[in-house]
Structure formats: C-alpha cells, structure tokens
Design a protein around this ligand. Structure first.
Ligand code: CTP
Length: 213
C-alpha cells in the first residue's frame, strides 16, 4: 500500500485568492500510476491540477497543506510514502471571510504568513506506523545534490529524488526530468527521461526494495 502526494497546494487568502507553488502534478501522478501498475494499492493525495485521475488509483482531492496532511494520515497504515507535491511553505494567518477590497490608498494589504506543516517530515518522523520506505523530492535551483542530501537527513526520509528546477530546465510544467536518486548508500545520477520514465524507474526501485521485482 502506497501514499503519493502530488500537485501544488492552494492556501486561501480570501474566498477569491490563494497562494500556491508552480506545479503541474505530472511527476506525482505518474508515480502513483506506475506503483499501481506494479500492483500496489495506491492513495493519491492531490492538490488542484488539470490531469486525469490515473487508473487503478484512489484519488483524494485536497486544496491546502493542512488538508493534504490530514488525508495522508487518514490513509495510513502504508508501506510506502512518496511525497512529490509542491506544498506551499506558508499559509495566510487568518483567511479573510470576504473578498479583500482595495481601500483606494494605493497601499497593498500586508499578509501575515504562518508556516505550513511539513508532510514529508511528519510521515518520516512518525513514532508508530511510519511507512517502511519514505521518499521525498527536492526541487533545487543550485547545488542540487548537496542541498538534497541535507534535506534527506533533516527531514528523516529514506530516499530523495533531487531535481534541478532552475530557469531554463523547463522541469516545472514540462514533460522531462533529470534527477538524482539519493539514498543512505550514495547518489545515482539518472539520465534525462520523461516524467513517466522517471516514475516507472522509481516504482521499479521501490518494488526491488521490498523484494517484489
Ligand atoms: N514537503 C512537504 N510538506 C511541506 C513542504 C515540503 O511534504 N510543507 C515535501 C515535498 O513534497 C518534497 C520535499 O518536502 O518531497 C522537499 O520539498 P522542497 O520544496 O524541495 O523543500 P522545502 O522543504 O520547501 O525546503 P526549502 O524551501 O529549504 O528548499
């Protein structure tokens, strides 16, 4: 059984506006589909996206990071968690009940932000019921492998899939990805592949880890 997070999260500012990260959900959805194809029972916890639901996968649609965490916790126990979502790091403290109106002064409103829960870290550091294999992603624009190695130890996950999302890479929203798989054993540099091929290769590695491939 696997839990996969995908897409961005939307953090409401008022009933009309939100804060979000740039994310298509393509990589997370492809991983959910690839794990299902290998026979896993998959719960895909997905933020707003324009993708079709992958076949053979149970989809939980959520909007905010808090809802994503709650849906992941509700989907436990699981053997595998793959956190591919681009979760908004902050949400607005106190969502306005009505649309915020311009007051004519020309001065924009100040938004107070509070930090969102870290879903990958929470699942990685569960005391009871931690999934046997927790995989995170690291979106970096510089020092990709170094930052991602730090993220692996800081969050306490088992593997990190690190990708370079800097300007010019077209990873955000694009169909291809160049990743490095970081484990306790070291770093593997994978060639540039489609996001579907990255998902298939990762699902295969996960199945091997559990001795079922
Ligand atoms: N993640 C999460 N919950 C959050 C933030 C991030 O589950 N609130 C997960 C992402 O799904 C990804 C990993 O953490 O698997 C790393 O996300 P990334 O945006 O690269 O890192 P951050 O934690 O935001 O760290 P930084 O801003 O320092 O790069």
């Amino acid at each position: 059984r696997a839990i996969v997070t995908s897409g961005p999260t939307y953090e409401a500012i008022d009933p009309v506006r939100y804060l979000a990260n740039r994310s298509s959900g393509k990589q997370g959805h492809a991983i959910a589909a690839a794990l299902a194809q290998l026979g896993a029972e998959v719960v895909l916890v997905a933020g707003p996206n324009n993708l079709p639901d992958p076949g053979g996968v149970q989809v939980q649609a959520i909007e905010s990071a808090a809802q994503m965490l709650a849906a992941c916790e509700a989907a436990l126990p699981a053997d595998i968690a793959v956190c591919a979502a681009a979760v908004a790091d902050w949400r607005v403290a106190g969502e306005a009940g009505q649309k915020m109106k311009k007051d004519g002064s020309g001065r924009p409103p100040a938004l107070a932000l509070v930090e969102n829960p870290d879903i990958l870290k929470t699942l990685s550091q569960l005391n009871g019921g931690r999934p046997g294999l927790v995989v995170g992603f690291a979106a970096e624009t510089e020092k990709v492998v170094g930052y991602a190695q730090g993220k692996r130890t800081r969050k306490g996950c088992d593997w990190i899939v690190a990708n370079d999302v800097g300007a010019g890479t077209n990873v955000m929203g694009g169909d291809d990805n160049t990743v490095h798989l970081i484990t306790a054993q070291g770093v593997e540099d994978w060639p540039t592949m489609s996001k579907d091929a990255v998902a298939a290769a990762l699902a295969r590695r996960i199945a091997e880890h559990f001795g079922s491939a």
